[in-house]
Design a protein around this ligand. Structure first.
Ligand code: AMP
Ligand code: MG
Length: 325
């Protein structure tokens, strides 16, 4: 795999050559690293699924570099969607809209909708802009595993599986985009992410009820996801740590030493944004240690803390679902 500095024009040039040839390229975004392909070329998009081992029922997000492109790929865009796009783009908000036929089925897993986002990372924007076409991209990790927030993560996780990686530094948010759809009763949050529910609700009505029509189905919302290879247990307090042969993912600086052999602190001062930014990279490192279990301390479920807890819960469910425990 060729690893290139994403901030150099020659790297973008090279990446575009790969994309135009129907190949995949990993690139940085402000949320996590993405694995991109020409969104309008189904054969290219198929390579994303191959490289990630991703099941074909899990749709991809289409990344664009201009707000107006929404109208090229979506129909009947509701006013609440336009409002959120005006406020939060470029940035970590993904909107689910009715798709136009130009978007291939493989991108949307056959759904009548398409998920779209305009990222704010300068390398991502330059790449899409220079390509002049939308780029379909999920996170650049093997399916079900944690999302990469550093170029080094991608290099390790997808070694030998992709031709090129653009290095754009560490992802600032470190957690995926917030995904919303638009319903009669208001905006529905499919996935908590880098934009908090509180931020959204300053501008639109948030609904907890999901309409059960085809437009709102989101097959990618699996009960387990984002999971380390080791079992993960969410704990309220350090008293629940039963073995030193463990890793401890602490939310803030603990008051006394942990018995766990390895520990990562998400944010010394207990700042949720900092915790989110460090979340996947800390978990990826703890998972690489030779231990039996990862204990993860609960974080407050407000703001971006909701997104962290959503991911911890999914990570902790993996074992019980796969092994019937
Ligand atoms: P990833 O880019 O790996 O974070 O995954 C993208 C996620 O976006 C999928 O797993 C789905 O949950 C969601 N998604 C993408 N397209 C749609 C769609 N058309 N309808 C609902 N959810 C979608
Ligand atoms: Mg993903």
């Amino acid at each position: 795999m060729e690893i290139a500095n994403g901030f150099e024009a020659s790297s973008i040039e090279k990446a575009i050559q790969f994309l135009a040839a129907g190949e995949v390229v990993a690139f940085p975004t402000e949320t996590v690293y993405g694995l991109g392909a020409d969104a309008l070329n189904p054969y290219a998009v198929a390579k994303i699924f191959e490289a990630k081992n991703r099941p074909h029922f899990d749709p991809l997000i289409v990344h664009i570099s201009e707000k107006d492109w929404v109208f090229r790929y979506a129909e009947h865009v509701p006013s609440s969607a336009l409002k959120l796009v005006e406020i939060f783009w470029p940035g970590p908000l993904t909107v689910i809209l009715q798709r136009k036929a130009i978007i291939p089925d493989i991108v949307t897993a056959g759904l009548p909708t398409v998920a779209m986002r305009m990222p704010s990372h300068v390398v991502a924007l330059q790449l899409i802009n220079a390509f002049r076409k939308p780029i379909a991209a999920p996170s650049a990790n093997p399916f079900g595993y944690m999302s990469p927030t550093k170029a080094g993560h991608v290099a390790r996780m997808l070694k030998g599986r992709i031709p090129m990686l653009l290095d754009g530094g560490d992802s600032v948010f470190g957690i995926e985009s917030t995904i919303v759809s638009f319903q009669e009763g208001g905006v529905y949050i499919h996935r908590h992410g880098a934009i908090s529910e509180e931020e959204l609700s300053e501008h639109v009505e948030i609904t907890a009820d999901r309409e059960q029509d085809a437009l709102c189905r989101s097959p990618g919302e699996l009960p387990y996801h984002y999971a380390p290879a080791k079992p993960l247990k969410i704990i309220h307090s350090m008293d629940e740590i039963k073995t030193d042969n463990s890793s401890f993912l602490a939310f803030r600086a603990p008051e006394r030493p942990s018995i766990s052999r390895h520990m990562k602190i998400l944010s010394e001062a207990g700042d949720l944004k900092e915790a989110a930014a460090n979340f996947f990279s800390s978990l990826i490192e703890l998972d690489r240690e030779d231990i039996d279990i990862i204990y993860a301390e609960r974080v407050p479920e407000v703001g971006i803390g909701r997104a962290i807890m959503e991911r911890l819960r999914k990570a902790s469910k993996k074992r019980s679902l796969l092994h019937g425990r």
